[in-house]
Design a protein around this ligand. Structure first.
Ligand code: TPP
Ligand code: MG
Length: 401
């Protein structure tokens, strides 16, 4: 690109142009005038809608379970189902997903079962992570969903790296990484976009701009017009989309995937949405935002918007809605009860599968732990007391050192 020379100083701020928002559906579920619906079959639309409803039901029940004291922690996707599931539905099921923590809808869409969710949430013996992570840190190798890690934005440069590998392998796949607008304040975000652009890799950066980073509203996070304009600094394709409009998110991501896979170009998508629920089970939004603000966004509920569209298409009915809601609620309760009853992972999983072999120092710590449990069995959960009988209890051992 050549830069024209001027004879007067010209300062630009980015206000010279505005980034439009791509929207196809109105909140009442009708296609906007002049808009064309994406090519989406009835079966595909039903798969998407079921995943949205299943995510909503799962979130409601598990938040209630947390309030009952059955679960230590939970995070809801509520209000952002169209953004997450619409994007996932536009990908190939074998494309890699690197998510933040609020994207369980992507897993639901790909077929992660309620049993698999529950095993992770309760950290029982069937949890793939062996109870080593907090609830909601899911992962599935089979479903190409990288395990969640809590430190914000780490997944973004990892996605660039993963997609670079996909480019080298020429396997026709791409990576999508989901993150909040808050996480986009991390340096990792910028490093990831720059690397992706310079090395021309097939990665989709999907920002869920849901208005808040815990209690900090977007207006206190950045001065510019959202996250989208940052793409220009890296010479990257970018689109802003109504994140509560499933059809628009689907179509934007479908086309972004084409750019990524066919041209080996990264794309930034900024989905404008709203976190309808609390940040997590540890948060109370009434301290930092008004009920009237929340109401405005309840009226934009992405689930209801798609439901209305589906009913209008005659691809869904009130009876099917009722039936599915009931069966999902039943299934969530049944799987939760099953997972709660299962024992925790075996004690030695604390040290096994950390390194190829258990190192002497880990073994030493583990032996001390076992002696401690023998000495103070009542201080440990039942599952922890399944001890190796060969470990002698040293009566002089004070346990904690
Ligand atoms: C590096 C780092 N800093 C701070 C935190 C604490 N923290 C967890 S979530 C969060 C807010 C993130 O907001 P956003 O990225 O917008 O995602 P949202 O929760 O809105 O989906 C913060 C500050 C963290 N997990 N990691
Ligand atoms: Mg946010």
């Amino acid at each position: 690109m050549t830069t024209p020379h001027v004879h007067e100083p010209v300062f630009l701020t980015g206000d010279e142009f505005s980034i439009p928002t791509f929207r196809l559906l109105d909140p009442d579920g009708c296609l906007r005038e002049g808009a064309t619906a994406p090519q989406l079959s009835r079966d595909h639309a039903r798969r998407i809608y079921r995943a949205m409803l299943a995510t909503r039901v799962l979130d409601e029940r598990m938040m209630a379970a947390q309030r009952q004291g059955r679960l230590s922690f939970y995070m809801q996707c509520t209000g952002e189902e169209a953004a997450v599931i619409g994007a996932t539905a536009a990908l190939d099921d074998a494309d890699m997903i690197m998510a933040q923590y609020r994207e369980q809808g992507a897993l639901v869409y790909r077929g992660f079962t309620f049993d698999e969710f529950m095993n992770q949430l309760f950290g029982n013996e069937l949890d793939y992570g062996k109870g080593r992570q907090m609830p909601v840190h899911y992962g599935s190798r089979k479903l190409h969903y990288m395990t969640i890690s809590s430190p914000l934005a780490t997944q973004i440069p990892q996605a660039t790296g993963y997609a670079y590998g996909q480019k080298l392998a020429e396997d026709g796949h791409c990576t999508i990484t989901f993150f909040g607008e808050g996480a986009a304040s991390e340096g990792d975000f910028h490093a990831a976009l720059n690397m992706a652009s310079v090395h021309a890799v097939p990665v989709i950066f999907f920002c869920r701009n849901n208005g808040y980073a815990i209690s900090t509203p977007a207006v206190e996070q950045f001065a510019a017009d959202g996250i989208a304009p940052r793409a220009f600094g890296y010479h990257m394709h970018v689109i802003r989309v109504d994140g509560n409009d499933i059809l628009a998110v689907y179509e934007a991501t479908r086309q972004a995937r084409r750019i990524a896979v066919e041209n080996n170009q990264p794309v930034l998508i900024e989905a404008m949405t709203y976190r309808l629920a609390a940040h997590s089970s540890s948060d109370d939004p009434s301290g930092y935002r008004s009920k009237s603000e929340e109401q405005i966004w309840h009226d934009q509920d992405p689930l209801l918007r798609m439901q209305k569209w589906m009913l209008g298409q005659q691809w869904w009915s009130e009876e099917e809605e009722k039936e599915l809601q009931e069966s999902l609620r039943r299934e969530v309760l049944e799987t939760m009860k099953r997972a709660e009853k299962r024992p925790p992972p075996p004690l030695d999983s604390l040290v096994s599968e950390v390194y190829a072999e258990v190192t002497p120092s880990l073994q030493n710590q583990f032996d001390q732990l076992k002696r401690h449990i023998r000495k103070y069995p009542d201080a440990y959960p039942r599952g922890a007391r399944s001890l190796d009988p060969e470990v002698a209890v040293d009566s002089n051992d004070q346990g904690e050192r």
